[in-house]
Structures are given as structure tokens and as C-alpha cells.
Write a protein that binds this ligand. Sequence first.
Ligand code: ARG
Length: 461
Amino acid sequence: MEKLWTGRFSKQLSDIVNEFNMSIPIDGRMYKEDILGSIAHVNMLGNRGIIAEEEAVKIAAELAKILEEIQSGTLAIDPKAEDIHSFVETELTSRLGDTGKRLHTARSRNDQVATDTRLFTKKKIAEIAAELKSLIHTLCELAGANFDTIMAGYTHLQMAQPITFGAHLMAYAFMFLRDLGRLRDCSVRLDVSPLGSCALAGTTFAIDRQETARALGFAGVTENSLDGVSDRDYCIELASAITIIMMHLSRFSEEIIMWCSWEFKYIELDDAYATGSSIMPQKKNPDIAELVRGKTGRTYGNLTALLTMMKGLPLAYNKDMQEDKEALFDSIDTALDCIKVFNDMLATMTVMKENMAKAAEKGFINATDCADYLVKKGMPFRTAYKITGALVAYCIDKGKSLNALRPQEFQAFSELFTEDIYTALDLATCVSNRLSEGGPAPQSVRKQIERCKEAVAKIDF
Ligand code: ARG
């Protein structure tokens, strides 16, 4: 395929440079955005009388045909084309001759690629957001079904205080809600059209940038032509938002992996969402969670690649920027895959409520409640803390739990202990009394679910 830029060259590009330079395997995915961008552009050229109206109509119609043919599979994207912009323009010209050659008036591939990438990114943000919403929905459902499921809460991976599984799940739901907000911010900021920035310096033709922006569904236009073609902040913002989503998924994966182990057995993954071993017949491995945790790294790498790619670039466009799409698209694909499969895995797993409750009996997780009991009877907290610490040491020595101590044993530590200590130490009481706003009490979990659902409904794309 002949290059668009052959005029000043006396030699063909060497094969190796051609291979090295081309981006079609990556940007071929943006064929729809590229063609819609060209249609908006040529319509504007016709409306403004920059090219003859009949020619503009012809070009727009042929572009629509090309789009239709690619979509239906009758026209294959030439894998040897330099990039998607070259492919579409060359295809158009091969069909319309000189008329097709008018399309690129008052435009450059620099504003073209910036426009395509913004459109593509905007669409993908909406897809990721929809998957995130679905994941949050699953979490709210699961939390609803486990709003009073008692579980040990951890700090330092040591059993700490009693919580509900619902509260634990809602912690993740609120993380993903923030992620949704970040996607929304990014989507709003990127929603301006760079089309008409041309190579870097705008154009002497009387173009109407507002018209093309409107036609493409952008909320506005970029304010500076050099910035218009050389800004990749939105790629970095999305890649960054994705790293945070993946970091959240990775933390969650780590817990899923632990919870599946025989040591915990808090959950059982559905057989369709776990794998076996080729040698150990007993194995059931949480590969999905491990892969999600593993894939998080590549999204961090992509963000670093983008930031590093941009840090030394003089204004305006530089070919370095062609590297943006491979990194960004990989992050987008990874996030979409991971959120989807993780969501399905969660929705199909079984929660082993009894195992959670049984495990919570160990580890003295009601020790703070024991100290709080004394505080409520008038003792200063630090004193109560000390006495309870001594009680725990006594229990460890005797191999008993706090609830198993006899009244006299309690009283040897403080006279404030009376019969009601046993209710106070009961894990169900400990949890249901944790009613402070945002706390793990069943009632509080229900409120959190409601608030989370309300917040999700308010964020749209
Ligand atoms: N394939 C290029 C990219 O993705 C398109 C822009 C090319 N512009 C140029 N001046 N060579 O960045």
C-alpha cells in the first residue's frame, strides 16, 4: 500500500522500518472511531464550503459504506497498512479517486489520532464502569445475605475484633464506588474534541470545531491546538484509575485465596471457577484470584510506560506517543476481563458461615468488648485494657476462651464483673452493639448497602 506521505521521498521505506513504524495491529481497533471522525470532519468541510457539498456527501457515504463493510467482515483491514488512518483514507481514495483525496483538507493524523483515541477511551470507560457497577451490585447482594454473618476482623492478619462478613464485603463495595467516581472524573475531563487542532497549529481554513465536536458527541473542544494534539493526560488518568481498580481486586484476590485454604475454609469456590492440579488429585486451586492478583502488575507497568513515554516530550506531537495505545488498551482489556471474571466468581461462591463463626471463637476477638464492659461500669479505659490483657494471658495459660471463665475467675481480676459479662462477651452481642456510623453491626451493614446503591445510581456515564 502506498504511503500517504510519499511526495518528498525518493525511496520506499525499508521493510524493517515499515514493520517497526506501523501501528495497525494496535490502532486497527479504532476503525469505527476513525471513520466516524472522518465523517464528522467531511460533513463540516462541506457545510462550511471548504470542499464542494456534493463531494462531501459522496465521501461521507463512502466512509459509511467502508464502516459497514468492515463491521460485516466483507472488508478486511490491511495488516500491512501504516495505521488505521492511512488504511481508511487509502481505501476511500481507491474508491473515489480525486474526491477521496479531499478528505484530509484541514486535518492531520495528529488531531485524528487524538480524536479517535478519546472517543475509544470514552466508550471503554463506560464499559468498565458498567462492569464495576455490576460487581458492586454483586457485593451488595452478598453483603445483604451476610449482614449478620459473624466473622473475625483482622489487623496485621491477626484476629482483631468481631465483625460481620457483610461489613467486610461492603468495605470492597465502597472501594469500587470510589473507582467508579475516578472513572467518571476521567470521562468528564477527556470529553473535549481535539479535532481541528490539525498538525499542531490549527488551520487557515474556516473550519467549525464546535460542529465536529457536537457531531461526535463531545461536550466541548480543546482550547489550544498544541495541547490538543499532544495531550495524553486522559490515557494516563484512565491507566491510573485502572491500576487502583486492579489494586483493589488484587487485595480482594489475596483474601479469596486465603479464605479458600483449608486453614480458613471461609468460602468454597464454585467448581466452574477453580482448577485442579495435574498431579495432586485432591487439589482445587483459586486460579482466577491468583491471575487477577498477577495481572495487576502489568497494569502498573502500563501506567509507568505511559508516564515515562510522556516525560521528555517537547511540544507538540512526537512519534513516541504512538506507544500510548498498546499500554492503554492492555490496561483496559485487563481490567474488563478481570472485573467480569472476578464478579462471576464471587456471585457463584459459597459462604461457609459456620466456619467463619467457629474461627471467630478463637483469638480473643472479644477482648476489646471485655475492656469496654469495664469502662461502661466506670473504669478508665487504660486500666480496663490492662486488666483484660491480664485476663487474656490467664486464659492462654489455662487454655480457655474468655467466655469459658467462671464468675469467680472474672472477679479475681475485677469486682466490676457480674453475670452480664457473658452476654457482653457473646460475639453476636459484640457485633450488634457496634452501631457507630459505618460500623459492622447488622443494622449498620444494611444502611451501608442502601447508601452504596444510592451512590451508584447517581453516577452515570
Ligand atoms: N499512528 C500514529 C499514532 O498512533 C498516528 C499519528 C501519526 N502522525 C504522524 N505525524 N506521524 O500516533
